[in-house]
Design a protein around this ligand. Sequence first.
Ligand code: MSP
Length: 487
Amino acid sequence: MKKYYITTPLYYVNYKPHIGHAYTTLAADVLARHLKAKGESVFFQTGTDEHGGNIEKAAQANNVSPKKWADDISQEFKQMWKTLGIEYDYFIRTTDENHKIQVQAIFEKMLAQGDIYLGNYKGLYCSSCENFLDKSELIEGKCPVHKKEPEEINEESYFFKLSKYEKPLLKYYSDNPGFLAPEYRANEIIRFVEGGLNDISVSRTKVSWGIPVKSNPNHTIYVWIDALTNYITGPGFELGKESEKFKDIWPADMHLMGKEIYRFHAVIWPAMLMSLGLPLPKKVYAHGWWTVEGEKMSKSRGNIIDPRELVAEYGLDPFRYFIFREVPFGQDGDFSKEAFKRRYNGELANDLGNLFSRTVNMINKYLDSSMPEKPENSVLFSKLVETKKDIEKDMDSVQFSSALDRIWKNISLLNREVDTRKPWEMAKTDKEALKKFLHEMVWCLRLISSWISPFMPSTAAKMQMHLSVSGRPEENKKIEPLFPRKQ
Ligand code: MSP
């Protein structure tokens, strides 16, 4: 059976990982966990993008070789993913030998078939983007992203015939309406392609830290051509060979990325695949950007959020919960510690935490150790089950905040039930009714725990342990709160 293939961008190793990188990788992890729980087989790949002038400069500034620098930072990324509970299947580095060999071979193939040709590049170049800029993109003469003046350059360069793929791309977009996602991003891409595609420069003579063009090693291959190719080299693509592993994984089902690199994924990458004669991914999904208290995160502003600090203060699961509850996946969002704390105390400590501890305390007090069969004719349980389809649909389509909203509506419903049915009074008046009610609650909470599991795996496991038939803690008379309140 073909695996569901999820990717994140390969992150540059010029700076250590932060909340922005964590966001995409956690999204991939949440989706992977959700699909695995449904019984799907999943291949989840992430990694690091290690070539290019910026990385060379970062290494120089730190007095180490680019390779040593890349080794250290990619290790930091791996460490970060471990801290955040991310269970990827494969971590690819663009300095991996096998990747380099395939990138070179692919370049030569495109060259041989005329999709890459040698020419001359004359124009503007932003070394921070590592990209050529068109005059029309500049704002007050400066790069719109890095706010600095681009250099004028004139150099020999290989070009990829992107122009040739204008019509095939437009046809693909129109034949595959789900490909560009979220839907509201499709227009921008379609308008861009309809506006006419220029061939793009795909080699550099000035950047030495890169994969050399095999037939002309004065040139190194442009970082983006190198990096995008990871999506096929990771799962084992080998030019000219049929690999079973590759066939079980490719095409990707979900390429996830931030909106700033959407064009690379929605235009250049599919054109490269067309040139290679490979099937195209099912979906390219761009999410929005996190700012911090209204500002762009940057080294110079000193406002870069390191998830490790938040995890140390609040715990891992609350962090994983917060970033997906706070902002609809796709839109921009602003990170504020105030908002985090508010949601932590409100939705986690109060709504879920209290519901869980008061229910488990009652279970331990009033029920014998055996756990109940699925309740029949429970209106409450049926009400929850009714929402399952929509929650799953949201999860399948990475609408995480909407899924969490639905789950929390159910949690509120359960809290209201406890408040209105007053089980502590039933304990005095009607033991049978109490038992039935608690049985219903056990099943409802089991359902809640399964829904929150992709976001908060250890909280879900803790809940399930207390609600399980066997393996319940001996000393569960007094349970620890799931989320201790923060002052
Ligand atoms: N190396 C390229 C990607 C090559 S993919 C074949 C690159 N690297 S990056 O280190 O700059 O990572 C960019 C990605 O990190 C974004 O697309 C997004 O996934 C994530 N984010 C980095 N900062 C972010 C925010 N402030 N907010 C949300 N996501 C952000 O581009």
